[in-house]
Design a protein around this ligand. Structure first.
Ligand code: HGY
Ligand code: MN
Ligand code: MN
Ligand code: MN
Length: 413
């Protein structure tokens, strides 16, 4: 047995190959959950796995698992991985880096013929992003027993697609992946991911040892007024939902966000009904993505949001309805797994710091069923959910080497 080593050029080639699946002209990827591009990426990963003699499984919500046996296969596996689905104009590394680095770890163990005590599995979670089918982290939520997939069967996507049809097509696209029950026991979970923020790069650090994830809430605000003629209706006669919505957004950005440095408020999607140039809209809908490390502050911010929306609606004689599309409480990772990763970074002389994730991740739900932690590597200017997302080859290599070192520490000991 030789000691396992990451082959950085092989990982780079894998990342290139996957970046071609759903590639956008601006250099990013559009590989949304359960789309033909997502299915193509899953198929490629399954083929690579079978070429190495690894076993391939999927569960009822199409989470994809790749298994390398250990000495005692009755032991629960250590799971490593991330997601392959992307934002509509996403980057080549969000999700793919963690999934393909995990596969590289499996190949390195195989190349070295290193026998781990129990099996190691790589996972590609279904629909982490939630941009096509809300909510996000569907696959890991269902795996952790935090949601019953049956509730999503009649869901329609942002493109009008049927969730159940797309899920069925995705499962059918990998007939060789044996179906397994949702939520198999694990000995642990480690996810490598880009930071998607600027701090590691700014501080010149190679690694973030992630101790937890902040809370996320997705609200949908519907403002309803009265449709009317754009030319003949004087302002005092209008009940214009767009004027109310603009007032709401202005207030949220002018008062709520600046009042709390840890608060994040984002309007990512807005629509008018009927959406005619020369008709005052009947209704306006917009999305609100709220984030905060504290659940108490999240509640307080949501209360402020609801009060502001109600007041701005009343000013314009409009009714306001706010629905919750996604509520992901903040979570913390396992101290033992955090220490394992921090010690491994030390052995590799990789400068690191502990940090909380601003982005949500599948690891948040895995933390409910197994000792879990995450590894971050810097991305250029902290940019992500943007086609310009970029990770230096040295950071890719550092992240994969640390994932291997931590995996061996957990699974070979
Ligand atoms: O939105 C998020 O935090 C994740 O990156 N999908
Ligand atoms: Mn991600
Ligand atoms: Mn993302
Ligand atoms: Mn993630």
């Amino acid at each position: 047995m030789t000691s396992p080593a990451i082959r950085a050029e092989r990982l780079q080639q894998r990342l290139e190959a996957f970046a071609h699946i759903g590639a956008t002209p601006a250099g990013g990827v559009n590989r949304q959950a359960l789309s033909p591009e997502d299915r193509e990426a899953r198929r490629l990963l399954a083929e690579l796995a079978q070429a190495r003699g690894f076993q391939v499984f999927q569960d009822a919500i199409a989470n994809l698992f790749i298994r390398r046996s250990g000495r005692d296969d009755s032991l629960p596996p250590l799971l490593i991985g991330s997601h392959l689905d992307s934002q509509p104009t996403g980057g080549r590394f969000d999700g793919a880096l963690g999934t393909l680095s995990a596969f590289e770890v499996l190949e390195a163990l195989e190349d070295a013929k290193l026998e781990t005590s129990g099996p190691i599995e790589v996972v590609a979670w279904t629909n982490e992003e939630g941009s096509r089918f809300a909510p996000g982290v569907m696959g890991s939520m269902a795996f952790a027993g935090a949601a019953d997939p049956a509730q999503w069967q009649s869901l329609a996507g942002s493109d009008g697609a049927s969730f159940s049809d797309e899920l069925a097509a995705t499962l059918a696209a990998l007939p060789e992946a044996a179906l397994r029950p949702l939520g198999t026991p694990l000995s642990g979970y480690i996810e490598l991911h880009i930071e998607q923020g600027p701090s590691l790069e700014k501080e010149g650090l190679a690694i973030g040892v992630v101790t937890g994830v902040q809370g996320t809430r997705w609200l949908k605000v519907t403002v309803t007024g009265e449709a009317g003629h754009a030319g003949t209706t004087p302002l005092p006669y209008r009940r214009d939902p767009m004027v109310a919505a603009v007032g709401m957004m202005h207030q949220l950005q002018a008062s709520v966000m600046p009042s709390d440095a840890d608060a994040r408020l984002t309007v990512g999607r807005i629509a008018t009904i009927p959406g005619s140039v020369n008709a005052i809209p009947k209704a306006v809908t917009f999305s609100l993505d709220l984030r905060h490390p504290s659940a108490i502050r999240l509640d307080a911010i949501e209360g402020e949001v609801r009060a502001i929306c109600r007041a701005e609606g009343e000013k314009q004689g409009c009714s306001v309805e706010i629905s919750m599309a996604f509520d992901m409480p903040p979570g913390v990772f396992a101290p033992g797994m955090i220490d394992t990763i921090e010690a491994a970074a030390g052995r590799l002389s990789l400068p690191s710091k502990k940090m909380v994730s601003g982005a949500f991740h599948d690891a948040l739900f895995l933390a409910r069923v197994a000792p879990t932690a995450m590894i971050f590597v810097p991305c250029r200017d902290g940019i992500s959910h943007n086609e310009a997302e970029y990770v230096e080859p040295a950071s890719i290599r550092d992240g994969a080497r640390l994932l291997l070192e931590a995996t061996v520490a957990v699974a070979y000991g």
